[in-house]
Design a protein around this ligand. Structure first.
Ligand SMILES: Nc1ncnc2c1ncn2[C@@H]1O[C@H](COP(=O)(O)OP(=O)(O)OP(=O)(O)O)[C@@H](O)[C@H]1O
Length: 581
């Protein structure tokens, strides 16, 4: 749904035309309501000009009854119209939120590293809501209907007195002039307000997720000071923006309305004294003029709203148009019946901050082999897995699976062929079962029991108050790091992909559980290609090959036996670990 061209204002407005029937019904309801409103002054005119002077009490009674019923009917029609507007605007918001979510799901790691969670949440919620629910539902649709009404009312008033109509219109251009001026100022104010609230939202989102850290470092006071400053500035900016958005316009409109009414009254009174106008007609005009200016007010609000929505649209467009480097090429190759050969050919990779992750890395893993990757911290081990998941594309060289560059594969097929277990796996705030079958919704009870048995989770789950149905908390806060890791391993077992990437998957386990889990994993993962990043060298003792990395470069590659015989980097690492243990 997200195209790469920036969407203009018309694009956003056109989204509401999906609900054409509702729009037409709303306009019709409004025409009826306004027609009803226009009738009331006419009835008043009849009461004053004929029923009272003729002492026609029957007519008077009927007119008064009509006067009582008309506003009720008008209110009902207006209310239904308002509900329709909310529905139309809500539909636009829903569409925009869907677009924003679709975009969010395609964000590559490069963009996710740069964007802030607060920004993404803002685009998906507030920005989309402001366009659909506020601008379209409240301002634009009201303005369009009022424009129709304004034209209709002008004709209606003309039929009663062209002279008073022209007088009532004398000051209308003044309103439109001021509207134009205010619109321009308001757009600038809204722009800075949006930028400010955006940064504020990002700050708050980070602060809330870091509350524990605030407590650890006892920074409550200083963070509270930051919060108070931000909130104070927010209030000032909000007030300033609101004043330009509405208050000045309201005062000015009232001024103009009173002026128009005064002139109409003066000219009307003069005409009555010269027998050129009936009292009833003047009374009708004193009702019409404020109504007319209410419509002008709505048109004005729509105009100012249109200028204000531009910066909001720009923000949403900027998000929707973010360039995605990791895309699926047209006519991508489906990846079925994976053998599991993994190859890095002269791969170099630089992170976006120009820090080299890997330099000229080449190695090959045969189907069914296990390769252990070791090396110092920051050596590039995780980067190898990130490239293998195609979270990033290499700056140079190629990563291939079964002899084909992975960028040529259908992205979904490709990611389905790989299971990734990280050191700190992400868990949803859902039940254990829901977390386990995430990505494998059709897993059977037997598969589930088998996976938890292999992952050494049976006892843990049995002892939970609600077993499989226990909710693990946001990011799995209610369970331990080791339990999270075992759940992630169970998930990979359930997914059963031909290639498995393990990034220190058992680092949080005690030696005994790790040993049991390892031997079980070796059994169930037999025949699969495994890339295992390890700090504890004991975990890769049975690997087919070992790759030693340092500063993004390969310093050694071979079978464990070969590397031991070499007495090089791997031998040194192993000796250090043995002596430390
Ligand atoms: N998202 C990123 N943006 C910029 N630089 C990064 C990013 N991720 C990693 N790096 C840098 O790339 C280099 C390799 O990092 P990598 O995570 O692959 O190392 P590692 O061998 O897995 O380290 P460790 O054993 O500490 O987990 C490091 O210098 C790291 O600071």
């Amino acid at each position: 749904m997200t195209d790469n061209k920036t969407r203009n204002l018309y694009f956003f407005i056109s989204l509401m035309f999906e609900k054409k029937r509702l729009i037409v019904t709303g306009i019709l309801l409004m025409i009826i309501a306004t027609f009803i409103d226009l009738l009331s002054p006419l009835v008043m005119k009849q009461i004053i000009d004929s029923a009272i002077p003729e002492k026609n009490f029957k007519a008077l009674f009927i007119f008064i009854a009509i006067l009582t019923i008309l506003p009720i009917l008008s209110t009902i029609f207006r209310t239904v119209r308002m509900i329709l507007n909310v529905k139309i605007g809500g539909n636009v918001t829903e569409k925009l939120r869907t677009m924003a979510f679709e975009k969010a799901f395609t964000l590559s790691s490069i963009n996710l590293n740069q964007l802030k969670i607060g920004d993404i949440v803002d685009r998906v919620t507030r920005t989309s809501g402001m366009i659909g629910e506020v601008y379209i539902a409240n301002e634009l649709l009201n303005g369009i209907t009022s424009l129709f009404m304004f034209l209709g009312m002008t004709i209606f008033m003309f039929t009663i007195s062209w002279k008073l109509t022209l007088i009532a219109f004398l000051v209308v251009p003044l309103v439109f002039f001021i509207t134009f001026k205010l619109g321009r100022i308001s757009e600038t104010k809204t722009k800075s307000y949006m930028e400010y609230t955006n940064n504020e939202m990002t700050f708050f989102t980070e602060l809330i997720s870091g509350i524990k850290n605030v407590q650890i470092f006892s920074q409550q006071q200083s963070e509270m000071k930051n919060v108070k400053n931000l909130l104070k500035k927010h209030n000032e900016m909000h007030l300033n923006t609101s004043i330009y958005r509405r208050s000045y316009a309201d005062i000015f409109n009232q001024l103009v309305k009173s002026l128009a009414l005064g002139i109409v009254f003066a000219v009307g009174a003069w005409d009555i004294s010269n027998n050129q106008l009936s009292i009833g007609s003047l009374v009708a005009f004193t009702v019409y003029v404020p109504q007319l200016y209410t419509l002008v007010n709505d048109i004005q609000t729509a105009y100012i709203g249109t200028t204000n929505v531009r910066p909001i649209i720009k923000q949403l467009n900027t998000f929707l148009d973010i360039h995605e480097p990791i895309i699926q090429i047209p006519h991508a190759i489906p990846l079925k019946n994976v053998k599991g050969e993994v190859e890095f050919q002269n791969v170099s990779f630089t992170y976006e901050n120009n820090r080299a992750g890997l330099q000229n890395v080449s190695f090959k893993v045969q189907p069914g082999e296990t390769i252990g990757i070791v090396g110092g911290s920051g050596g590039g081990k995780t980067t190898i897995l990130e490239l293998l998941m195609r979270f990033y594309d290499p700056t140079e060289g190629a990563v291939s699976i079964d002899g084909v560059n992975i960028s040529k594969y259908n992205l979904i097929d490709f990611r389905n062929a790989i299971g990734l277990v990280t050191q700190d796996p992400f868990l949803w705030n859902r039940t254990i079962k829901e977390n386990l079958i995430y990505g494998v919704p059709n897993a059977t009870e037997e598969q589930l029991s088998h996976a938890i048995k292999v992952a050494q989770l049976e006892e843990f789950i049995v002892n939970l108050p609600e077993g499989f149905e226990t909710v693990v908390g946001e990011r799995g806060v209610r369970i331990s790091g080791g339990e999270k890791q075992r759940l992630a391993i169970a998930r990979a077992i359930l997914k059963d992909p031909p290639i498995i990437l393990l990034d220190e998957p058992t680092s949080a386990l005690d030696a005994n559980t790790e040993f049991l889990l390892q031997s079980q994993m070796e059994e169930v993962f037999k025949g699969k290609t495994i890339v295992l990043v390890a700090h504890r060298l004991a975990t890769i003792r049975n690997a087919s090959k070992i790759l030693v990395l340092d500063n993004g470069e390969i310093v050694e590659f071979g079978t464990p036996k070969e590397l031991l015989n070499n007495q090089g980097a791997y031998y040194d690492l192993l000796s250090k670990q043995v002596s430390t243990n």
